[in-house]
Design a binder for this molecule. Structure first.
Ligand code: SAH
Length: 213
């Protein structure tokens, strides 16, 4: 598959949909306008790739809905050069959005198949995250902490303590919390021990799963 002007036109329309739904951050919108989302999905979904919908990828997982990606990225409030940890690499689409913004991206995936496939794919597309890791996101990635932002892209039944601990002061954790339905939740680290918490409505994600090993 290739990226063509037709795809670019559909991306522009998707961006207009996201603006109508309330996304304002220009850097986030221009990342979405640039990234060939159809290449992150199975070719059978090509015609639907620029609808504002989630789609299945390998290993029973999904590529998140563009609105969700935009909403979470906007909440992170990251700038060029910031260090960001993503939990749930999946298709790599969210990883690409973070790279496009200029963040130093670290991402963890617990499914071996997806980890391998996405690592190869992102490098083919020319995206250079700092580090893609195969492992359990509940633990975060201590060796590269602290982070300016941490984004969890699967539904967490509870907030994993290590993630809060790996935030820099003023760092932001964006995490959907809940079992069947998740509440998008933002934690801002105010000091060594204090966190400010805000909630932003309901979303639906595949579950953040406990370590298999
Ligand atoms: N950011 C991805 C979303 C993929 S869906 C995208 O844009 O495509 C969520 C991903 O989280 C899945 O790939 C799933 O395998 C992964 N995941 C689930 N539990 C995990 C865990 N404990 N640690 C790391 N990744 C996990």
């Amino acid at each position: 598959m290739k990226d063509t002007l037709r795809h670019a036109g559909k991306r522009k329309q998707l961006v207009d949909v996201l603006i109508k739904k309330g996304i304002k951050n220009k850097t986030v919108l221009s990342a979405i306008e640039k990234i060939p989302r159809h290449l992150f999905m199975d070719s059978s979904f090509e015609d639907h790739a620029y609808q504002d919908k989630a789609f299945p990828i390998a290993a029973d997982q999904t590529i998140s809905q563009p609105y969700t990606v935009a909403f979470q990225t906007e909440l992170l409030e990251i700038e060029k050069g910031d260090k960001v940890l993503e939990i749930g690499t999946g298709s790599g689409y969210q990883t690409a959005v973070l790279c496009e913004i200029g963040a130093k991206v670290y991402s963890i995936e617990r499914q071996k198949e997806l980890f391998k496939k996405t690592k190869l794919f992102l490098s083919k597309l020319g995206y250079r995250p700092k580090h893609l890791s195969f492992g359990d996101g509940y633990k975060g990635l201590k060796e590269h902490a602290p982070y300016n932002g941490i984004i969890v892209t699967a539904g967490a039944p509870f907030v994993p303590k290590p993630l809060l601990g790996q935030l820099q002061i003023n760092g932001r954790l964006v995490i959907p919390v809940g079992e069947d339905v998740q509440i998008m939740t933002l934690f801002v680290r105010k000091s060594e021990t204090e966190f400010e918490k805000r909630e932003f409505g309901e979303f639906r994600f595949v579950p953040l799963l406990e370590d298999k090993n």
